[in-house]
Design a protein around this ligand. Sequence first.
Ligand code: SF4
Length: 484
Amino acid sequence: MTLFIEGHAFGYELSRVAQMFFPGEKVVFQEGAPCGAPALGARLCGGVLTVSYREASGRLHSAPEETAAPGCTPGEMEHMFGVMLYRLLSRATGVCPPWGVLTGVRPVRLFMTELMRGADDGALRRRFMDGSLVSGEKFDLALQTARIEQPLLSRSTPDSFSLYVSVPFCPTRCAYCSFVSQSVERDAALIPAYVDRLCEELEYTGCLAKELGLRLRTVYFGGGTPTTLSAEDLTRVMGTVADRFDLSGLWEYTVEAGRPDTVTPQKLRAIYAGGARRVSINPQTLSDTVLCAIGRRHTSAQFFEAFAMARAAGFDCINTDLIAGLPADTPEGFAASVDGVLALHPENVTVHTLTVKRASRLTFDEARSELELVGGMVGYARNACEAAGLHPYYLYRQTGTLASLENVGYAAVGTEGLYNTYIMDETHTILAVGAGASTKLRHPKTGRIERVYNYKHPTEYIGRFDEALRRKQRVRLFYQDSGL
Ligand code: SF4
């Protein structure tokens, strides 16, 4: 699908608005008058804005033109165009993406900004529901999330940082995976060398953090599936963290034990002894048929066993991830997964909406029914979590998420996953180690963000490790004038 733009430079944002209406199709923009079909048009001439959409069948949809007020800024004009295009495409297709013209990954941040400016509910409603066409349901969700998340973020101080440790190995690769993760069926031989390098990088990073006067607040082991490592390797890596970093000011320590088929009592004991108190055990669904369809190669029974093992090992904060919209799932099946997980009383539940891969196979008409189905699923999850005493504390969106929906973390009061909020909000520096990890530096004075990327694949990371360490020196330079 091509969006033809004339007389302005808002093609990028307008193509993102249009993208929500055409799942599985890439919307690109170019300058010029619309030609061919299907095609979209957005024209600015003498302060007058017009938008159009010609279907593949040749049928033309156009909206009444609007005139920009004198003194209208480029940002206001772009917003006007976005609203016009959204309304036109909603009418033409019958689809109403629930986040309106908000296309960013962090809509809650916009709400927090307004709250900090002192906006009341009425002003927020005018800005987001009337002005940006956000649905009432998403408005309530974002506002509630912002109110819970804001105090969590404000705990962070200028010298705070989090540590991310990447273990990019999984037992098998899930059908929907978009992470850099190697299946151990293929790459188990890399693990010993990987663990050696990982410990070396942790030692280097720990020295750097001490030298810079940074205070470690949260540790997060992710990937991949960290529990793909043996109990001995977990003990070694977590021991290196404990030896090389000052954990005295730590607020949270999480290890993802995502795939239940990797969890054993020995590994959980090693993780607990290593200092972690929060684990994430992720069924994604409790339907064995769906698990099979997505290539997880474990059963729901294994999830229940892993969860019980984690409780027996002493973990008093367990997160479970679920995904709405998985292939072969149904609203009833998803509701049963939500209920089954909540019956275990996890402290945290994270509800994701499936991203692009499935959407890419959908036809437009199918997408319309998916919108209702998946929207109903995430709505069910929200109500059920609330009824179980879990409240939304962080939320983000991804490009290509089914029906333009969101991912939401729910938690019992006082058990919120802090790392999740800090990385999503870019509140403070995340020093990341391991293959596929990217360090995100946040300047304590200016808020400037800079990224330092590690090699993505374990083979490259192991083979070019000296270069990976050399890149880390960037961290020292970044903090030179930080006043810490
Ligand atoms: S468990 Fe997660 S990281 Fe591993 S293959 Fe599946 S989706 Fe990817």
